[in-house]
Design a protein around this ligand. Structure first.
Ligand code: ADP
Length: 469
């Protein structure tokens, strides 16, 4: 009973335009996929029937079945062209599916009934088995549209009942005879087919519901992502802009440009300027991360002279290094070495590596940047003698917002985003970033690129690379 209820409840789908496109397309796709399997069964059944029963009746029924198959193929073409939007076209396709189904199921049933009628003695083993196979095939493969399935199964059920009643009417046998046994067996088989149909139908519905859930989840994720993007763009415009002017004003006050600052106020202004600087760095990192994740970070790839790149980066961090009493030296590559990259993004990566090396070094420590080639590769190493990184911290070092050291030992703050951003930038260059480190001894971060052969070296800066202290 539960089976029938479920099947009956599903009839609404037949009229419900929501998801109808999917069901029609699924139905036709599967029908197309199974076309040769169906042809093989029809043909073998027809050959058997033509040999043992009336060949003309068999041929006529077989011709009608083949005709409906051809119509189905034409319909498949029409449905592929349907974009699912025009409801009138959808209704027309459905009507044609229903018509083809009715004609094909009737032709198959008549073909099988004609066999049963020709059998004058014994049970109707062959026609009943043919009918059973046809019904099972429909139950297994037509569950996308319950209306169509019901239509086909009802026609087969009528054929089953016709065959079941045929001998009862013909011979009027007593209840204890084999003919009645066959009748009850047919009723049992009918129930089995209905049950199987419901089973396949519910499975299909579950699959559709699952797909809908995934689609909804996808929509929610997209919406959340949009909110995040909007939030970050608000952060960029509403926070970054005023912060820049706060920072500039504090710097002006700090440098005495706005007049003499009372001694008691100096430390407070200094702290405010430092924190404004940290906040600006955090916002910059957040915006970079957002750009990378949205695939919006633009890279202008061009030949980059690595020696010059390193020189510029070292110069840019020299003020910071001097303030912390760290000496930075460079060992350039002896020969010209170029890579393909985005100059300003590579400077950003180098600044990150250098500022990390400086800030995790002990007072008076040394940082060394080495550029070298190894066959077709160029390697930039940033070596420090600082606190080092514990083993197995790789994920945290390159993770988002993760800081390996405890914040009480660091001299300078950070966002925990720098290396994550650097890694993503380096990966966009098809290059690698990695490190080796030992706690209390120091760390070496290195970048490895494919070397660019025959690059235009006229852009290279030939001045010797200065030692920055
Ligand atoms: P942060 O802004 O905190 O420096 P990064 O992403 O640049 O963020 O670095 C992540 C973490 O990796 C740092 O917080 C630090 O714990 C560790 N780290 C990075 N570079 C070094 C280094 N040269 N020496 C020791 N630890 C480092």
């Amino acid at each position: 009973m539960r089976s029938l209820n479920a099947l009956w409840a599903g009839r609404r789908d037949w009229f419900n335009p929501v998801g109808r496109e999917q069901r029609i397309k699924d139905y036709i796709a599967l029908a197309n996929q199974l076309v040769w399997q169906r042809q093989a069964s029809f043909l073998s059944a027809a050959v058997l029937a033509a040999f043992y029963f009336d060949p003309y009746a068999t041929l006529a029924c077989y011709a009608v079945v083949v005709l409906t198959e051809i119509l189905d193929q034409l319909l498949a073409r029409q449905s592929r062209a349907w974009d699912g939007k025009d409801p009138v076209a959808g209704r027309r396709i459905l009507q044609r599916i229903a018509r083809n189904t009715a004609v094909s199921a009737t032709a198959i049933s008549l073909f099988i009934i004609s066999m049963a009628v020709q059998q004058t003695s014994g049970g109707h083993f062959t026609p009943l088995f043919f009918l059973f196979s046809a019904a099972l095939f429909a139950a297994m493969h037509n569950s996308q549209m319950v209306g169509i399935l019901l239509l086909r199964l009802s026609i087969y059920a009528a054929a089953f009942l016709f065959i079941a009643l045929l001998d009862l009417v013909r011979y009027m046998p007593p209840l204890g005879s084999q003919v009645w046994l066959e009748f009850f067996t047919i009723i049992f088989v009918l129930y089995f087919i209905v049950d199987t149909s419901v089973h396949f139908y519910l499975n299909y519905q579950e699959r559709i519901a699952h797909m809908r859930r995934i689609e909804e989840e996808n929509e929610r994720t997209k919406a959340a992502y949009e909110v995040k993007s909007q939030f970050l763009s608000t952060v960029s415009h509403e926070l970054r802009t005023p912060l820049t002017s706060i920072k500039a004003s504090l710097d002006l006050a700090n440098n005495g440009v706005l007049g003499a600052v009372p001694d008691g106020l100096k430390p407070a202004i200094g702290i405010a300027a430092k924190n404004a600087q940290r906040l600006a760095a955090l916002i910059d990192d957040l915006l970079d991360l957002q750009k990378i994740e949205a695939g919006e970070m633009v890279f202008n790839f061009e030949p980059v002279d690595v020696n010059t790149l390193v020189k510029e980066a070292v110069e840019a961090t020299s003020g910071f290094a001097t303030k912390l009493g760290i000496q930075v030296s460079t060992v350039p590559c002896a020969e010209a070495c170029h890579v393909r990259g985005d100059h300003s993004r590579l400077i950003q990566v180098m600044n990150n590596l250098l500022s990390n090396a400086v800030k995790f070094s002990e007072d008076g420590g040394a940082v060394k940047v080495i550029v070298e080639t190894d066959g077709a590769r160029v390697r930039i190493s940033v070596h420090d003698e600082g606190v080092g990184i514990p083993q197995d911290a790789q994920d945290r070092v390159f993770g988002k917002f993760s800081q390996v050291d405890s914040s009480d030992i660091r001299k300078v703050g950070g966002t925990g985003l720098g290396l994550n951003i650097s890694k993503q930038i380096i990966e966009r260059h098809d290059a690698t970033i990695d490190y080796v480190s030992e706690l209390g001894v120091g760390s070496t971060f290195f970048l490895e690129f494919d070397r660019l052969e025959g690059a235009d070296t006229s852009r290279a800066d030939d001045r010797p690379i200065a030692k920055v202290a």
